[in-house]
Design a protein around this ligand. Structure first.
Ligand code: GKR
Ligand code: MG
Length: 429
């Protein structure tokens, strides 16, 4: 068996995304992703996926070159390679803007997001070579299926008129009735029984009303509200008081560890985050101050599946819960998320996934949610197969783009409808 990396292919794509609203603005009609293929000297190919904006591509390309000749089993070496590239391109100290919803943005985090795709591709190739599923390479699954929650968004029916986009059949959701209707569809289509609403879009009272409407329509279903840090400590405490009886947790009500610690001290509602604990360095302060009770991991920006396991072990040690965050992603990432989640013993909350919002994928077969769960594959590697024709189609869309969509910019997408729009400074309310 020859595990030497003989080729690395990077394919940037643009994938359809519905008009989902968040604090920054609205999702673009197409969002960039990067598909990674790592091929061994024996002709075995492993798949990975990460963010696809140019800044990720610029790092991924030199990394890919340096991987040729290394072993797919050398997962620790991926960090060394990425470090070398970072040094080569003098990016180490740069504060690179990698999108405003995932905590403080640094070049380090950018590097880890790139490493994550290479790590997943190496694990996929290694698993295929050894005849073992990725979860076995991670120590073995402790559950056969992983539960996900419905990720509800305020949403327009369509992207603005005149803007090229794909149609979707989810309809609009801009008020409590629309949110409940969307939740009903999620439940019907995928069997989801817990719901997370992306907030920070409308004034807090309107979002409180939406969560109340969900609680009335779906009694005893765990509910979460995530305004991405849009509220002051005072507003956060008010919302916690009004919704305390129905919330499983409140996610990033306020921005940053000090504000979250203040909120936490004033409420019994558990607080979750994917914004103030996004790196190992941020853990100590947040845990010491009891600022969060649940950390939402994301293998993309935590640097891969093994780092996700390390994060889970630290959370376990400190009695802090763990679950999973998601951004727009395709099936390769969902498969990776499912494998790692299946190995985490202390996973007591359904994971987030944007996948139901993605009508397009690069796989021969889409992953499915049955009764809210994705079955953990026991096939070698990730257990997914690339559809080259679909990949080409989405890559062609990227090639045809004049550059406007290659950098995800939800504020720019919002300005098409509202030319005056600027991303509000936080706290907004
Ligand atoms: O896709 O609009 C979105 C989300 O707001 C995403 O960007 C966040 O990173 O889903 C994420 C979250 O939980 O904060
Ligand atoms: Mg969040």
């Amino acid at each position: 068996m020859n595990l030497t990396i003989a080729d690395v292919r990077l394919t940037p794509i643009l994938v359809a995304d519905p008009p989902l609203l968040n604090t920054q603005g609205v999702h673009q009609p197409y969002t960039p992703r990067l598909i990674v293929e790592i091929e061994t000297a024996d002709g075995i190919t492993g798949l990975g996926e990460t963010y696809g904006d140019t800044k990720y591509l610029e790092l991924a390309r030199p990394c890919a070159e340096k991987l040729i000749g290394r072993q797919v089993s050398d997962l620790n070496g991926l960090f060394t390679v990425a470090n070398e590239v970072t040094v080569d391109s003098s990016r180490t100290s740069a504060q690179v803007d990698v999108g405003g919803l995932r905590g403080v943005q640094t070049a380090d985090k950018l590097r880890l997001s790139v490493v994550s795709a290479f790590e997943v591709a190496c694990l996929d190739a290694l698993g295929k070579a050894l005849g073992l599923p990725v979860h076995a390479l991670l120590g073995g699954k402790v559950r056969d299926a992983v539960e996900y929650s419905a990720y509800l968004f305020y949403k327009w029916a369509d992207h603005p008129e005149g803007v090229a986009s794909e149609k979707d059949d989810w309809g609009a959701a801009v008020d409590p009735a629309g949110v409940v209707e969307q939740a009903r569809k999620f439940k019907e289509r995928y069997g989801f029984t817990s719901f997370k609403l992306k907030g920070g879009v409308f004034p807090p009272d309107e979002e409180i009303a939406a969560v109340r409407a969900l609680a009335a329509a779906f009694p005893d279903h765990p509910l979460r509200l995530d305004p991405n840090g849009a509220w002051s400590v005072e507003t956060s405490l008010k919302v916690a008081k009004e919704l305390g009886d129905v919330l499983e947790y409140l996610e990033d009500p306020a921005l940053g560890t000090p504000a979250m610690a203040e909120v936490s001290a004033g409420t019994d509602v558990p607080l979750a985050t994917n914004m103030c604990v996004t790196t190992f360095a941020e853990i100590k302060e947040a845990f010491t101050r009891d600022a969060v009770q649940v950390v939402l991991s994301d293998h993309h920006y935590w640097g891969g599946l093994r780092n996700t396991q390390q994060l889970a072990a630290i959370c376990r040690t400190f009695g802090v819960g763990i679950s999973m965050h998601s951004n727009t992603h395709l099936g390769i990432s969902l498969a990776a998320m499912t494998h790692v989640a299946s190995t985490v013993p202390n996973l007591h909350h359904a994971c987030d996934s944007h996948y139901p919002w993605q009508s397009e994928d690069v796989l021969t077969e889409r992953l499915t949610f049955t009764d809210a769960k994705v079955t953990v594959s026991d096939a070698p590697g990730l257990g997914v197969e690339l559809d080259r024709a679909k990949l080409e189609l989405l890559h062609q869309r990227w090639l045809d783009d004049d550059g406007a969509l290659r950098e995800r910019d939800d504020a720019a997408a919002m300005r098409i409808t509202d030319p005056e729009w600027v991303t509000p400074s936080m706290p907004r309310w």
